[in-house]
Design a protein around this ligand. Structure first.
Ligand code: HEM
Length: 507
């Protein structure tokens, strides 16, 4: 980590505030001058996007809470009241519901970015662990929030997920009843979920502060996975990173708005517009899309306790990732073999998500077992073994060298692309010329054929002339044979010609 230059306010007011609360130097040093690796790509903008989404969720959640009633008899109707009667209530509710999905989308990109570039490796282990903690709290927050509209999916998702704890040996039943506040999911469950749902986002915000503190203490990783060595390897946080983050956040919000205004219910389940009914179980109880891979793992194991343990283990394993990867190179950019398996992991998670949306029967369960097995094999076997045996490509000595390598690479690629394009254009031209020549040749041939045909047609017609009954035959034309010119042509009006039989005209 490079030294950050100390800032001393110049104005009298600045100095007065600074000597009592060093907030001015904190902002200047940490968010303006802060040295950031100069090779960060757009995957590094998702931290800021997550921060924006957290603020969106907090603000819209607080406004929703002003109109929502956490009671089993009124919760569903209070949501309808928000949608229909409260000014812009529909917008605030849709922002909050879709915002949760986009928050998770961004967090998945953020986590996979970390896995790809080895951002969990020393000295960023605590930063990573805080991230996994945030993710766990996010999952709990999302789940408690989904229960609040008290629709069919809310009620039954709450029943399924809380019932998981009944798998705990001996204490299962009492734990579940303690969670419910009764003998089934009911009003006390709704009220405590509401209380937790209001509280947890502030816990997330607190852990995010620690997360960013840890980040600023050790500095950002970067696509090359090597630490900055000199000032030349970095750029100041403002304007370079702030502007890039702002741009990415706007693009992300445009995508978010598209869902919000054109497909606000696409990511939700239609059954949640049916009021909760403890007597009617929906045909398929499915959680929100962002829980689906874990839901598939839960159901992949036939034993209930086993399923619950596997599901929790799939997140717990993330805490240990920093110590499961011994490779010399952090960034997957320099590890072609591991890179392949990284993308298999991504595909596996998407596949598990798809399986989670299917009923837990037949081939779906078997496939989910394979998918779950790969997930664990990836972290527990492939990551350590490949880390030891794969020989990474040569690492650049500095970030500046990595940037130059990138530029040279890009230029090489551009050059290759240009050459390919030129070769394609030349080939296209040659093909066109060939085609044109072939066409001309064909036309010439056709014309010659037609001429030959015409000639052939003309000849028999000429030969047929004497057969015209109205005209005398050659033999009958003694005077012609006697024409001096004709007779003079060698081989034409030969003396025997007059005796030749006249060709018969057929047809
Ligand atoms: C509310 C959720 C979260 C917020 C607001 C948040 C915020 C941030 C911010 C602002 C950064 C710096 C910019 C960047 O590198 O993108 C960052 C970096 C990082 N975050 Fe998060 N984060 C969240 C969740 C997570 C989770 C769930 C994980 C992992 C499980 C995680 C792991 C990391 C790591 C390893 C870095 C350092 C990246 C690097 O320097 O290469 N974060 N986070």
């Amino acid at each position: 980590m490079l030294e950050i230059e100390k800032y001393h306010p110049k104005s009298r007011l600045g100095r007065w505030v600074q000597s009592r609360l060093p907030v001015i130097s904190l902002v200047k040093e940490q968010f303006i001058d802060f040295p950031t690796p100069k090779n960060l790509n757009y995957w590094w903008t998702f931290g800021m996007i997550l921060t924006v989404m957290l603020v969106v969720q907090l603000l819209t959640g607080i406004v929703l809470a002003m109109h929502y009633t956490p009671h089993e008899k009124m919760a569903f109707d209070s949501i309808e009241h928000i949608m229909r009667d409260v000014n812009f209530g529909w917008l605030i509710r849709y922002m909050h519901a879709n915002g949760a999905s986009f928050f998770f989308l961004a967090v998945y990109v953020h986590i996979f970015r970390g896995l790809y570039y080895g951002s969990y490796r020393a000295p960023r282990e605590v930063l990573w662990i805080l991230g996994v903690l945030i993710y766990l709290v996010m999952m709990t927050t999302g789940f408690t929030g989904y229960v609040l509209p008290w629709g069919q999916m809310s009620f039954w998702a709450a029943t399924v997920i809380t019932s998981m704890f009944s798998a705990v040996p001996e204490f299962g039943e009492p734990i579940v009843q303690w969670l419910w506040g009764g003998f089934s999911v009911g009003n006390p469950t709704l009220q405590r979920f509401y209380s937790l749902h209001y509280l947890l986002p502030f816990i997330i915000a607190a852990i995010v502060l620690l997360h960013v503190w840890a980040l600023h203490y050790v500095g950002s990783n970067n696509p090359a996975g090597i630490e900055p060595k000199t000032k030349q390897d970095t750029v100041p946080f403002t304007p370079h990173v702030t502007m890039k983050d702002l741009y990415a956040a706007v693009v992300f919000l445009v995508l978010f708005s598209w869902f919000l205004f054109f497909q606000p219910n696409y990511l939700g389940h239609p059954d949640n517009y049916i009021p909760a009914d403890p007597l009617v179980t929906p045909q398929h109880i499915v959680p929100e899309w962002y829980y689906l891979p874990f839901y598939a793992m839960l159901r992949a194991v036939p034993d209930k306790l086993g399923g619950v343990l596997v599901m929790f283990a799939s997140i717990i394993v993330l805490f240990f990732v920093p110590w499961l990867d011994p490779c010399k190179a952090k960034s997957t950019r320099y590890r072609p073999i591991y890179r392949f398996f990284f993308w298999v992991l991504v595909a596996d998670c998407i596949f598990l998500g798809w399986l989670g949306s299917k009923p837990a029967e037949g081939a779906y369960v078997a496939l989910a077992q394979y998918g779950t097995a790969y997930y664990f094999i990836h972290f527990i076997i492939l990551l350590p073994i490949l880390g030891l045996i794969e020989r990474p490509k040569n690492l650049p000595p500095t970030i500046s060298a990595a940037v130059l390598e990138d530029i040279a690479d890009r230029e090489k690629k551009d050059e290759a692309r240009k050459k390919k394009k030129e070769a394609q254009a030349a080939k296209k031209k040659a093909d066109a010329a060939k085609k044109k020549a072939a066409e001309e040749e064909a036309a010439r041939k056709k014309a010659a054929d037609e001429a030959a045909k015409k000639e052939a047609a003309a000849k028999p017609a000429e030969a047929a002339k004497p057969a015209d009954p109205a005209k005398p035959t050659d033999a009958a034309k003694p005077a012609e044979a006697e024409k001096p010119t004709d007779a003079a042509k060698p081989g034409d009006a030969k003396p025997g010609d007059a005796e030749k039989p006249t060709p018969k005209k057929e047809g």
